[in-house]
Design a protein around this ligand. Structure first.
Ligand SMILES: *Cc1c(COP(=O)(O)O)cnc(C)c1O
Length: 395
């Protein structure tokens, strides 16, 4: 089996499994209990907070633990919206390429009277700081732009965006789920008010995440109940998962530079191999992308059968296109980049990680070549184009 879907979730690191097992055995108490078992769990919890804060270059009190990237994004967005309501500001700037964990809360806010501007990226999948500057207004209560896109790996200029937001005192949130643990991501340098991360994208457990909340930034709890997380997030903390997240992040950051170099070489080898397939296109900027991301479209091929046939051959990949109600929806990210739907339904995302080596990359290239050939030979659309009855979209 060759796993090339690290952006969907990464396998658990051994150090994270060990940290979780230890915590489940020895720190199973409720961290809010004042007896010895509670105190032991509290120590593990606060130790994880301090280590994570050190890795992100912030204060421990600025780290809020959550159930994952989705909860962290929602918490930040609703906090900004509520602060906006208090100050009479109801305009939000974000992008058409955000993860649904950002787009869906914004849709709900739009239904409730907020004015949401979604910026489109350029053809390489990048949102410029100038584009943000052009649309912010006196009543903008939130700018939300991700650090890197989960489909195309396109890295966004969040430092420049953070700088312009700070200069105008506009709250800035960034979904950093795809960069924390992979490429340097420092909330202080970005100049954001909120930054969301998720453990399972860097070798920690699913169901654990964090939100960096800059000291002084507004925070409205999403969950109400007990006084956990200094009254900012009710519910007994998932101590074991948080310990696993801290261990995984420590190891990821320690290996980050060497791993990024290694993966960049493998990524470019994979891109070169796949680009040799006729009428294919690389989605997202060729260089300004995550070290582990490859995203290609192949004319005449739909994403779903491509993924399923690769799966049969032991290659785990993913497609940006989502199957909703039996119909294949083109990827909202590729569509926003201006890709025609006929190509956007056929995208293949391959994301590399710790287990990926050269042999895996070469086996993947061969499998994709075969499967694309097979699907094209069965496609009436492709047949018509080869017979000269219709025009190809790609050279
Ligand atoms: C995976 C992902 C999320 C959601 O994180 P969960 O922990 O699965 O809730 C949000 N944003 C981006 C960019 C992601 O890749």
């Amino acid at each position: 089996m060759i796993y090339l879907d690290y952006a969907a979730t990464a396998p658990m690191k051994t150090c994270a499994i060990d940290a979780m097992t230890d915590a489940m055995r020895c720190a199973w108490g409720n961290p809010s209990s004042i007896h010895e078992e509670g105190a032991r769990a509290k120590t593990v919890l606060e130790d994880a907070r301090e280590r994570i804060a050190a890795l992100l270059g912030c204060r421990p009190a600025e780290i809020l633990f959550s159930s994952g990237g989705t909860e962290s994004d929602s918490t930040a967005i609703y906090s900004a919206a509520e602060a906006g309501l208090r100050t009479g500001r109801r305009h939000i700037v974000s992008t058409a390429i955000e993860h649904h964990a950002v787009l869906r809360p914004l849709e709900r806010l739009a239904k409730n009277g907020f004015d949401v501007t979604l910026l489109k990226p350029d053809g390489d999948g990048i949102i410029s700081a100038d584009a943000v500057r052009d649309v912010i207004r006196a009543d903008t209560c939130l700018v939300s732009v991700m650090t890197a896109n989960n489909e195309t790996g396109a890295i966004q200029p969040v430092r420049a965006i953070g700088e312009l937001c700070r200069a105008r005192a506009i709250p800035f949130h960034t979904d950093a789920v795809q960069t924390v643990g992979h490429v340097p991501t420092d909330p202080g340098e970005i100049g954001c008010d909120w930054l969301a991360a998720s453990a399972h994208k860097f070798g920690g457990p699913r169901g654990a995440g964090l939100l960096y909340v800059r000291r002084g930034a507004p925070l409205t709890p999403l969950l109400l109940g007990g006084g956990q997380e200094r009254e900012r997030r009710a519910g007994t903390e998932n101590v074991a998962a948080i310990a696993g997240m801290a261990a995984a992040l420590e190891e990821s950051v320690r290996e980050m530079h060497a791993e990024a170099e290694r993966l960049t070489r493998l990524r470019d080898r994979l891109i070169a191999g796949l680009a040799a397939i006729p009428r294919s296109v690389l989605n997202g900027h060729a260089a300004n992308r995550l070290p582990n991301n490859v995203n290609m479209s192949f004319e005449g091929v739909e994403g779903e059968p491509l993924i399923l046939l690769l799966d049969e051959r032991g290659i785990r990949a993913s497609s940006g296109a989502a199957c909703s109600a039996g119909a294949l929806e083109p990827s909202h990210v590729l569509t926003a980049m201006g890709q025609p739907p006929a190509l956007a339904v056929g995208s293949l995302r391959l994301t590399l990680g710790s287990d990926t080596d050269e042999a895996a990359v070469d086996a993947c290239i061969e499998a994709v070549r075969d499967v694309v050939g097979r699907l094209r030979s069965q496609s009436p659309d492709w047949q018509a184009k080869t017979a000269g009855k219709a025009a190809f979209l790609l050279p």
